[in-house]
Design a protein around this ligand. Structure first.
Ligand code: ZN
Length: 307
C-alpha cells in the first residue's frame, strides 16, 4: 500500500510540475522563472525586472560560493528555469561545468584588460571578485538587461527604463564611496581581510589590500602569509583588520595574536553587523541585502575603523 501511495505521490508531483506555477490566489502564473547562482545576481535581476519574473537562488546568502557544491534541488532549479545567470570567472568553482552548459555568465563581455589576475600555485588566475569594480558591475548589469529584454520582449521598455535608473544609482554609489573613503588619511589606507576579495575595490579607491588567505577560500592559510601580514600590520601601525560574513573570523583572531606576539596592537572588526560582505549580500531583510546597501555597509565600516 505504501508503495502505491508513494507512486501516486510521485505521479502527482510530476503532473503538478507540468502545470504553470499556481499563485496563492489559484490563478496560474505566466511569469518566467530566472535562476541565479548568487545573492548579487538575485538583487540585480530584481532591480532590472522587479516582479516581472520569478527568481530562484541557488547559493543562499551568507554561504561561500567558492566552495559551494550543487545539491539535487539546485539541479532542479536549473532544469525548470527559463533562463540561468551565473557569475563566471570560476567564482562558482565547484559548479562550473553544469553552469556553462545551462546558463549565461554576466561577465561574458568583460575584456581581459579590465580583469585582475594573480599567481596562485604557480598559475595565473583571474580574480573573480569583479563586483567591487563598479564599472564592471555596470557592464554585468547591462549584459543581464540585454538577456532579460530578449526573454521578455513584451516588457522591453520597462526593463530598459529600470536599467537606466539603476545604472545612474550605481554612479551615485561610486561618487559616495569616493567621498567617504577620502576621509582615511594617506598613511592608513591599508585594508586587511581574511581572503583576497577586495583587490578591485582597492584599485578603484586607492587603498592597499592584504589578505593572508589568497583569492579563493579553497586555499589554506599558509603560515608564511600570516607572518608576513602580521609584520605589515606592525610596521605600518594598521589600526584595524576586518572579518567577512562568509569566512571564519577565527583567522583574524589568530592574526591579532601574531601581531601582539611582535609587540603590536590591532583591533579585529567582527561580530554581528560588523563583518564585511565580500562574496555574498546579507540575507533578505537585513542591512546589506542589496548590492548598493552592501557596498555602503562595507565603506562605512572601513572608514569608521581606519580614519
Ligand atoms: Zn572570494
Amino acid at each position: 500500500m505504501k508503495k502505491i501511495l508513494s507512486l501516486f505521490t510521485i505521479l502527482f508531483f510530476l503532473l503538478a510540475g507540468c502545470q504553470n506555477n499556481a499563485t496563492p490566489t489559484g490563478q496560474t502564473s505566466s511569469k518566467k522563472t530566472v535562476t541565479v547562482t548568487t545573492s548579487f545576481l538575485k538583487d540585480m535581476a530584481k532591480q532590472l525586472a522587479g516582479d516581472l519574473i520569478d527568481t530562484e537562488l541557488i547559493i543562499p546568502a551568507g554561504e561561500d560560493p567558492h566552495l559551494y557544491t550543487a545539491k539535487a534541488s539546485d539541479l532542479d532549479k536549473l532544469k525548470k528555469a527559463d533562463f540561468v545567470f551565473y557569475h563566471g570567472l570560476h567564482f562558482e568553482g565547484k559548479m562550473v561545468e553544469v553552469l556553462e552548459k545551462t546558463g549565461v555568465a554576466v561577465t561574458k563581455d568583460f575584456s581581459k584588460d579590465d580583469l585582475g589576475t594573480f599567481m596562485q600555485d604557480e598559475e595565473e588566475v583571474v580574480d573573480p571578485h569583479f563586483w567591487f569594480n563598479i564599472k564592471l558591475y555596470k557592464l554585468a548589469t547591462s549584459t543581464m538587461s540585454e538577456e532579460l529584454q530578449k526573454l521578455l520582449p513584451e516588457h522591453k521598455e520597462t526593463i530598459q527604463q529600470n536599467t537606466k535608473k539603476y545604472l545612474a544609482q550605481l554612479d551615485e554609489l561610486d561618487a559616495w564611496n569616493k567621498e567617504q573613503l577620502s576621509q582615511i588619511p594617506e598613511g592608513s589606507r591599508y585594508l586587511v581581510t581574511p581572503h583576497d576579495a577586495f583587490n578591485y575595490f582597492a584599485k578603484s579607491y586607492n587603498l592597499t589590500v592584504h589578505a593572508p588567505q589568497g583569492i579563493s577560500t579553497a586555499s589554506e592559510v599558509a603560515n608564511a602569509a600570516m607572518i608576513e601580514t602580521a609584520n605589515l600590520i606592525v610596521d605600518k601601525k594598521i589600526k584595524a583588520i576586518f572579518s567577512e560574513s562568509t569566512t571564519n573570523p577565527e583567522r583574524m583572531q589568530k592574526l591579532k595574536e601574531a601581531v601582539e606576539a611582535k609587540g603590536g596592537q590591532v583591533t579585529v572588526v567582527t561580530g554581528e553587523g560588523k563583518e564585511l560582505f565580500s562574496d555574498s549580500l546579507a540575507p533578505a531583510g537585513e542591512d546589506g541585502d542589496t548590492y548598493i546597501d552592501m557596498y555602503k555597509h562595507n565603506v562605512s565600516l572601513i572608514v569608521k575603523y581606519l580614519k
